[in-house]
Design a protein. Structure first.
Length: 271
């Protein structure tokens, strides 16, 4: 492929639009790391993988993986890949959207789940998903008011973790909380002014007194909007609210950092 203005190139570039993704049921995966994970075992169907000649030489495992999953491999000039995506790094793929069902997630009896409520920033959402994967979470849930996880920036921020664990999108927060609690998970809300200190909970994990959340138990963490956190009505849905202690002079932590700290605390306690 040599023409950056070809219709196929425009069609791939158009996947940056949510409406186009919704109509096609596919999304764009950019960069060698993410595409490598996309052609790995257990990932959704990959339709096409586009690489520059240099990327074909540098990443033979991507080409091999694409052939193994039945994807079409196409070579394009650097100008073509740049026209498809400014973040291509010589490699992009068109992949079926990631869809998981909450029933299936709960049937697997997860011990750690991350719930994103009203999270609008795609970079933050993708980074939380990546942290949840690294901490050993069983699933991530994005409520109806959260960003589309197939947003290009969100996909890039997951660094391939989007293909490692179930991601549920679309349900309302009250339904999610009720379903998680019914499945035996304690629902904790992350909030900067919460009464429970995360470090204190770690100290008593596995032997928490009555009325104190036990981080060693199966847990779902609810994380709120980047700017205003969780609304009062959302906090009221949780079994307890927990704050990350701030030892220095920082006023607060950003969403992704706070989420990583909370998820790793649960992962450590559950070990």
């Amino acid at each position: 492929m040599t023409n950056p203005r070809a219709e196929r190139v425009k069609a791939v570039r158009a996947l940056a639009s949510r409406s186009v993704r919704r109509r096609s049921g596919t999304f764009l995966v950019e960069g060698p790391q993410a595409v490598r994970e996309a052609v790995g075992p257990g990932a959704p169907r990959v339709h096409d993988v586009y690489l520059t000649p240099d990327a074909v030489r540098r990443h033979p495992e991507i080409v091999e993986g694409a052939h193994q999953v039945g994807a079409r491999v196409r070579t394009g000039t650097p100008e073509v890949l740049e026209a498809m995506s400014p973040d291509a790094q010589g490699v992009v793929a068109v992949v079926d959207q990631v869809r998981a069902d909450l029933d299936d997630v709960l049937a697997a009896r997860p011990r750690l789940v991350a719930v994103l409520a009203h999270v609008r920033d795609p970079g933050n959402a993708g980074t939380v998903l990546r942290a949840a994967d690294a901490a050993g979470a069983g699933a991530v849930v994005l409520t109806a008011s959260s960003v589309d996880v197939h947003n290009p920036k969100a996909v890039r921020s997951t660094a391939g973790s989007l293909f490692h664990l179930p991601v549920v999108a679309g349900p309302e927060l009250p339904e999610v909380v009720a379903r998680l609690r019914a499945a035996g998970l304690t629902v904790l809300a992350a909030d900067g002014s919460a009464p429970h200190d995360l470090d204190d909970l770690l100290d008593v994990a596995g032997a928490a007194p009555a009325g104190v959340p036990d981080l060693a138990a199966p847990t779902a963490w609810v994380f709120g909007n980047e700017a205003w956190g969780l609304r009062e009505e959302d906090l009221a849905l949780a079994d307890a609210a927990v704050r990350v202690p701030l030892r220095g002079r920082a006023e607060s932590l950003n969403l992704a950092t706070a989420a990583a700290v909370c998820l790793y605390a649960s992962g450590r306690a559950q070990r």
